[in-house]
Design a binder for this molecule. Structure first.
Ligand SMILES: NC(=O)c1ccc[n+]([C@@H]2O[C@H](COP(=O)([O-])OP(=O)(O)OC[C@H]3O[C@@H](n4cnc5c(N)ncnc54)[C@H](OP(=O)(O)O)[C@@H]3O)[C@@H](O)[C@H]2O)c1
Length: 233
């Protein structure tokens, strides 16, 4: 299977790319940090896997299209796109600067839209494909202290679930993923080592499972949460 993972330079995206490559998928990875992508590419190659990397900023429609197209060409097609890249700024409405609001909208909503549009025509032509959109529990449940972030994730949920209705009859699956607490740098809090959280590789394993469902059905929603609770302060 040929899979593109956005936001794979760290956190959940890196975990997803590593697990998929380890299971035999050829992966295309994308983010802004070229050095981190290169070290991931080397790690996957050293383990005998196939990885192509493209350092681009998804907030630019042109860069997104060029980066996704280059990866699709290098892979020889795209069976699945994992829209994982995201910007997390957890502030209440009055504390969040308009520039920060715009950066989250441009990354979490616009970037995901551009990436999706880059791969959809090829999938429609082939009559198959899978788009996995990483939303959040904050994409259906209010998050006081993070209203701007939640707004972008509600948008991801709305887009993703509506997209499923638009493309299912073309044989294309769309899954919306709702992670709870996952151990990544962007979600590290002072005094919490993150050991109780879901590991990025565990999200990767769950995504591998849903990519491997039979052609006639789609896991359209996936929620993944840790069993443990945060340590008491
Ligand atoms: N961790 C959690 O508990 C949790 C829970 C629910 C949902 N999520 C969602 O899961 C996804 C991954 O989160 P994470 O915790 O792994 O965050 P992370 O560690 O900060 O990783 C975010 C990734 O997105 C990339 N990215 C950010 N802006 C980009 C841009 N403009 N263009 C291209 N790539 C960009 C980053 O790479 P560069 O900086 O190199 O560009 C990085 O690879 C996000 O969508 C987040 O909302 C996370």
């Amino acid at each position: 299977m040929k899979v593109i993972v956005t936001g794979a330079s760290g956190g959940i995206g890196r975990g997803i790319a590593t697990v998929l490559a380890g299971s035999g998928c050829a992966v295309g990875v994308l983010a802004r940090s070229g050095d981190k992508l290169e070290s991931l590419r080397e790690e996957i190659s050293a383990a005998g896997g196939t990885c192509h990397a493209s350092a681009i900023d998804l907030r630019s429609e042109k860069e997104a299209a060029a980066g996704l197209n280059a990866l699709a060409e290098a892979l020889g097609g795209v069976d699945a796109l994992i829209n994982n890249a995201g910007l997390v700024i957890l502030k209440s409405a009055l504390d969040l600067e308009p520039d920060e609001w715009r950066a989250m909208v441009e990354t979490n909503i616009n970037g995901l839209f551009y990436a999706t549009r880059a791969v959809l025509p090829g999938m429609i032509d082939r009559g198959s494909g899978h788009i996995v959109n990483i939303s959040s529990i904050s994409g259906y449940f209010p998050l006081g202290g993070g209203s701007g972030y939640a707004a972008t994730k509600y948008a991801v949920t709305g887009f993703s679930e509506s997209l499923f209705q638009e493309v299912r009859e073309h044989g294309i699956k769309v899954t919306t993923v709702f992670p709870g607490s996952v151990d990544s740098d962007s979600h590290r809090h002072q005094g919490d080592d993150g050991s109780w959280k879901v590991k990025p590789e565990e999200v990767g394993k769950a995504i591998l499972d849903l990519l491997n469902t039979d052609a006639g059905n789609c896991i359209s929603r996936l929620e993944i949460r840790p069993l443990s609770r945060p340590p008491k302060p």
